[in-house]
Every structure is written in structure tokens, then in C-alpha cells.
Design a protein around this ligand. Structure first.
Ligand SMILES: *Cc1c(COP(=O)(O)O)cnc(C)c1O
Length: 385
């Protein structure tokens, strides 16, 4: 009997080592890992430069309080702001914490409380970030939620126009809904977000926890829509597995996050920052992002072609290496069948297969994975016919 709370339906698989897109389990079986710790290990398992940076930092200094100067944290913040439209950074330890910081800052800066978010969104498990999440299954049993969140249909310009008024502090949104089914924002919706936030002076908060750090082919996904958010949040891929989160905000928000107004004991400590600096260096200075776009296009086109012959597939969608395959039926049996084929993938909602390979996945590995996906769809239709 496990002494853990059973908050996860765990697979009977125990990974013990990994390299790049490969994961080895306790019985020596090698898998192609398109889960990547849920969009965390974007540079693959045990990336040599990230490993080296963390090892070196372990030997010199792990942790000091944020009451001290932390050069590594200044450097990480400089890189994040140099490569985004944001100007200031607050470091924390997870995506939920980053969103929590965003909610607090938006309330304080605007003096208003109402925040609009969207059906099928996911923003985390703390009371605040859970309240922002537009999925009742996440809320169940935990009420009352934080007040004044309102959930709107995603990609619905009219519903958005109707809901925004001068009482709204902020709109919080994912550019591609991850947990909710790998649903990309439409350009028309992005344009409307821009219009209403400008018109009513409310803040635009973009949750880039899953889409950020190169996952979609740009450092952050908002770049691909011509958006200029006031706040973005990041976490998952930021430390390549080292737990770390960040909230980035525009200059005009600086007065509202002064000394004593927010904090985190661990947030931005030298060890976490060693990982972040090594990750960012790889993601922004190599040809990695162009490569992610190319690889993503190839996979998506292959799967779209295949879907034309395959009734079971409703739609193939995504950007970069964040790819969803919506199925007519439940995706769970396909996930299990792919695991048998030594390919690890996730679900996003009941009917969507989600592929999140490390960004460093090789072309050969992508070909293998696409082949496995095709085979599993073929044999699953044979079974249902
Ligand atoms: C995973 C995720 C979160 C929560 O991040 P944690 O680190 O688990 O707290 C928030 N928003 C999005 C979009 C996510 O995918």
C-alpha cells in the first residue's frame, strides 16, 4: 500500500533514467517520451549544459534569501525581459504561484476585483489559480471559490465584447489551451482581446506556463498573435525540470509590487536560477526555435494527411511541438496502446491525444512516433469495426 495521497492515477511504469527524448524504466525498457514531464523537459532529459550549470551551482551555493543580491536572478530576469515585451520579473516555484502573483498584482494595480477567464482553461491548483480555472471538475468540493471570476466561452468574440466593462480588472487567458484540449486561440479572438483591453483599460494576463519557453516555436506563444500582454506567467519548461516559476509584468505595474508587498522564500534561489539561465541560453541563442517550427509543421502535416483517411480523427491542431489529435472516441485506450508501442503521450480532456516531445527530439524520433500513432489508429479502427 502506498503512503501517498492517491491524487494521481499513476501508470505502472517507473522511469529511472533519461537522455534527450528517451526514458528508461526500472525493467530496462526504453520509451520515446512525448510527455516530457508535461511540457517541462523541453531540452530533453539530463541536458548536458543544464546538468553542468546545476552541478556547478550545487558546489558553490544553493540558497540565500531574497534579502540578498542574487546575480543569477538578475541575469535570468534580464534575459526574459530582453526577449519579451515585459519589463520586470518576479520568481516563484510553480505555475500556480506565478498565476497567484498575477492575480494579486492585477487586483492591486487596478483597484478592481473582477477577472475574466475561459471555459476549459487551466491555471493551477491553489485557491486563486483554481478559481481562475474554468473547469467545474477542478473546483468540485473546494468551494467557496475566490469571488469575482467569470468564465466565458473561448474564442468567442461576441461573448468577450459583451462581458468586458469598466469593472473588469483583467482578462486571463492561454494562447493555446493545454489541459483543456490543445485548443489554439484564433487570430480574430486575439484581435478582439487587444481591442477590448485597450478600450476598457483592463489588464491582459497571458498564462504561458505550458506554451512558453519555446514549446510553440517562439519563446512565448503570444508573439505569434501580435499581442502585447501586461503580464505573462511561465513555469513548466523554465527550469527543464528544476521547479521554478516566473511572473513577468510591464513597467507600469512596478509601483504595485514594492518591498513587502509579495514574496517567496525559495523563489529565484541560485540553484533554480542556474537551471533557468542554462535553459534560456539554449532556447534563445541556438537555432532551436526555427527547428521547433519546422518539426511541428512536419508532424502536424503528416497527421492531417493521415486524418483524411481516418474517420476516428476529428481534428489535428497545435503550434510548434504542442500538438493535439482530437478523436471521435475516448483517447485513453489509444494512450495505453501507444505505451505498448513504447511511445509515451498524454491526454488533454477525454478525447484529445496530446503530443509534447522535448524540443530537441530528432527527426528520426519524430518519424518513429508518427508511425506509432498511425499504427495505433489503424488497429483501433479495426477493433471497433
Ligand atoms: C500546468 C499549468 C499550470 C499550473 O502549473 P503548476 O506548476 O502545476 O502549478 C498553470 N497554467 C497552465 C496553462 C498549465 O499548463
Amino acid at each position: 500500500m502506498s503512503a501517498l495521497f492517491p491524487t494521481y492515477a499513476r501508470w505502472q511504469l517507473e522511469p529511472v533514467s533519461g537522455e534527450g527524448a528517451l526514458l528508461v524504466d526500472s525493467s530496462g525498457v526504453t520509451y520515446l517520451d512525448f510527455v516530457a514531464g508535461i511540457a517541462v523537459c523541453n531540452l530533453g532529459h539530463c541536458h548536458p549544459k543544464v546538468n553542468q550549470a546545476v552541478k556547478e551551482q550545487v558546489e558553490s551555493l544553493w540558497h540565500v534569501s531574497n534579502l540578498f543580491q542574487i546575480k543569477q536572478q538578475e541575469q535570468a530576469a534580464k534575459t526574459l525581459t530582453d526577449y519579451s515585451v515585459l519589463d520586470k520579473v518576479f520568481f516563484c516555484n510553480s505555475g500556480a504561484e506565478a498565476n497567484e502573483a498575477a492575480i494579486k498584482l492585477a487586483r492591486k494595480a487596478t483597484g478592481k476585483h473582477k477577472i475574466l477567464s475561459f471555459h476549459q482553461s487551466f491555471h493551477g491548483r491553489t485557491i486563486g489559480s483554481m478559481s481562475a480555472t474554468g473547469q467545474s471538475k477542478v473546483h468540485e468540493g473546494y468551494g467557496p471559490l475566490l469571488s469575482e471570476f467569470e468564465y466565458l466561452p473561448y474564442n468567442d468574440e461576441n461573448a468577450l465584447s459583451d462581458a468586458v466593462d469598466s469593472e473588469v480588472a483583467a482578462i486571463m487567458v492561454e494562447v493555446i489551451q493545454g489541459e483543456g484540449g490543445v485548443t489554439p486561440m484564433t487570430q480574430a479572438f486575439a484581435d478582439k482581446l487587444k481591442e477590448v483591453t485597450e478600450l476598457h483599460g483592463c489588464l491582459l494576463i497571458i498564462d504561458e506556463v505550458q506554451t512558453g519557453i519555446g514549446r510553440t516555436g517562439t519563446l512565448f506563444a503570444y508573439e505569434q498573435y501580435g499581442l502585447s500582454p501586461d503580464i505573462i506567467t511561465a513555469a513548466k519548461g523554465l527550469g527543464n525540470g528544476f521547479p521554478v516559476g516566473a511572473m513577468l509584468g510591464k513597467e507600469h505595474l512596478t509601483p504595485y509590487f514594492q518591498a513587502g508587498s509579495h514574496g517567496s522564500t525559495f523563489g529565484g534561489n541560485p540553484l533554480a536560477m542556474a537551471a533557468v539561465n542554462a535553459v534560456l541560453k539554449e532556447v534563445v541563442t541556438e537555432n532551436l526555435l526555427e527547428d521547433v517550427k519546422k518539426k511541428g509543421k512536419w508532424v502536424i502535416n503528416e497527421l492531417i494527411d493521415f486524418s483524411k483517411k481516418m474517420d476516428e480523427i476529428v481534428e489535428v491542431r497545435g503550434k510548434g511541438l504542442m500538438i493535439g489529435i482530437e478523436c471521435k472516441h475516448e483517447a485513453a485506450p489509444l494512450v495505453a496502446a501507444l505505451r505498448e508501442q513504447k511511445l509515451l503521450v498524454l491526454q488533454a480532456g477525454p478525447n484529445v491525444l496530446r503530443l509534447l516531445p522535448p524540443l530537441v527530439v530528432t527527426n528520426e524520433q519524430l518519424e518513429q512516433a508518427v508511425e506509432a500513432v498511425k499504427n495505433v489508429f489503424k488497429s483501433s479502427t479495426l477493433l471497433t469495426q
